[in-house]
Design a protein around this ligand. Structure first.
Ligand code: NAD
Length: 284
């Protein structure tokens, strides 16, 4: 299967990165979200990211930011996905939202196109259950920021076929990514560990054991991590962290995944991290 036209659903933090990465690796992209405002912001963000990237990354490409943007069609109309060979879904980490998107995609996209779910924690088998093509649903847990991260956690759902796994690997290779294949389980490998770590770091802050800066410094200075858990939470988005922890809590029925009240309070207060301008740290 030759993948040329890719539908990217959801133009938030991840959808923007996936669409940019795809356009920069020669794909035609249709980027869909629910409002023109969100799509305008996404366009601006991609333009800024490409400019910013060019300062840090040497490239032989003569493409201008506009050339790259021209490969992306921005739309609020799902009908534009009717010729997509491959879909990457990046909508909000809420089951009630995701479960409505897939039947719609099923009714519009070609019968043989693959649906890749970019989710932090929702089981791929559950997502596949609301489609008519469970064998063609695969988990693709991209890392943030997508164009800068070389590795993707790929998840095999209960019904995912070997052919879909091979198509998924080929697709990621076309994007310049390597992948690690794991079996399906809520949060997969990465977020079953990371979300608990972040949640516990918020409990430490709530219990006044240390400041935001000192919690992060311990991970950077003592463990050699590039970022601390609270900086990481700001980058991911505190709403996405809360929704992911709630998915883990609901799926495992285990109290170790109970969300920290301070995390809930910050999300209610609109402190969603870098994307909203304020989280544990302030951004301009
Ligand atoms: P986000 O909140 O930044 O963006 C979600 C986007 O989905 C929004 O623009 C929203 O308008 C859109 N959306 C909601 N309902 C829609 C619908 N019915 N149709 C089309 N678009 C719709 O979230 P995000 O951080 O980009 O996360 C997206 C997905 O990727 C989530 O499942 C998340 O768990 C996962 N993920 C996030 C990260 C991260 O670091 N933020 C990393 C890996 C995976």
């Amino acid at each position: 299967m030759n993948i040329q036209v890719v539908g990217v659903v959801g133009a938030g933090v991840m959808g923007v990165g996936v669409a940019q990465n795809l356009a920069q690796t020669g794909h035609q992209v249709v980027l869909v979200d629910i409002s023109e405002d969100i799509l305008d912001k996404a366009k601006q963000e991609i333009r800024n990211n490409i400019r910013f990237q060019s300062f840090f990354k040497k490239s032989d490409s003569t493409e201008t930011p506009q050339d790259i943007l021209n490969k992306i069609e921005f739309s609020t109309n799902f009908k534009f996905l009717e010729n997509a060979d491959f879909i990457v879904e990046n909508v909000t980490e809420k089951w009630d939202i995701k479960k409505q998107v897939y039947p719609l995609l099923d009714s519009i996209c070609p019968a043989d196109s693959v649906f890749a779910a970019n989710t932090s924690a929702i089981p791929i088998t559950r997502i596949a259950s609301v489609t008519k093509r469970p064998d063609k649903v695969i988990g693709m847990h991209f890392m943030n920021p997508v164009p800068m991260k070389p590795m993707v956690e790929v998840i095999r759902g209960y019904h995912t076929s070997d052919e879909t796994i091979e198509t998924g690997k080929k697709f990621l290779a076309q994007m310049g990514k390597e992948c690690i294949l794991v079996n399906d389980s809520p949060g997969f490998v990465s977020n079953r560990v990371l979300m608990l770590t972040i949640n516990e770091a918020v409990f430490l802050l709530q219990d006044q054991v240390a400041t935001v800066e000192d919690i992060d410094k311990i991970f950077k200075g003592c463990f050699g991590h590039k970022m601390g858990p609270l900086e990481t939470a700001d980058l991911i988005g505190l709403d996405t962290i809360l929704f992911s922890i709630e998915v883990l809590y609901e799926n495992f029925n285990d109290s170790k995944y109970r969300p920290c009240p301070l995390l809930k309070k910050m999300v209610d207060a609109g402190l969603h991290g870098k994307k909203s301008g304020k989280g544990f740290y302030a951004y301009q």
